[in-house]
Design a protein around this ligand. Structure first.
Ligand SMILES: [Zn+2]
Length: 109
């Protein structure tokens, strides 16, 4: 996962690391599924800068706000051609239970 620099109004990637990640994804014929970063002082909603830099129409842009340490704030959006659409986020006990039957036993291996 790409680690973005924390800032209330702007974030950027380490350019060398970013290039390596994108080249590796390209070589493996992969594309980003989730791109996330945090807002330390504002709500978990894409800023104008976030929208301007959003270039992956198939990605889920996840924003975590840490403005209030007592509040849990995580939201997900698709951003296509400058249009922000919030996506529902379901928090589950484990990934496996979210995608298998309720009688399944979690894999401890
Ligand atoms: Zn942001």
């Amino acid at each position: 996962m790409i680690n973005a620099e924390r800032s209330p109004t702007f974030y950027r990637f380490d350019s060398t690391e970013q290039l390596q990640v994108w080249r590796a994804m390209d070589a493996a014929d992969e594309e980003p599924v989730v791109i996330y970063h945090s807002h330390t002082a504002t709500e978990a909603y894409p800023s104008r800068t976030d929208v301007a830099y959003a270039s992956e129409p198939n990605a889920h842009y996840v924003l975590v706000s840490t403005r209030d340490p007592q509040e849990y704030e995580l939201r997900s959006y698709s951003i296509v051609d400058g249009v922000v659409t919030e996506e529902p986020v379901e928090v589950v006990e484990s990934y496996m239970f979210a995608h298998t039957g309720s009688d399944d036993i979690p894999d401890r291996g």
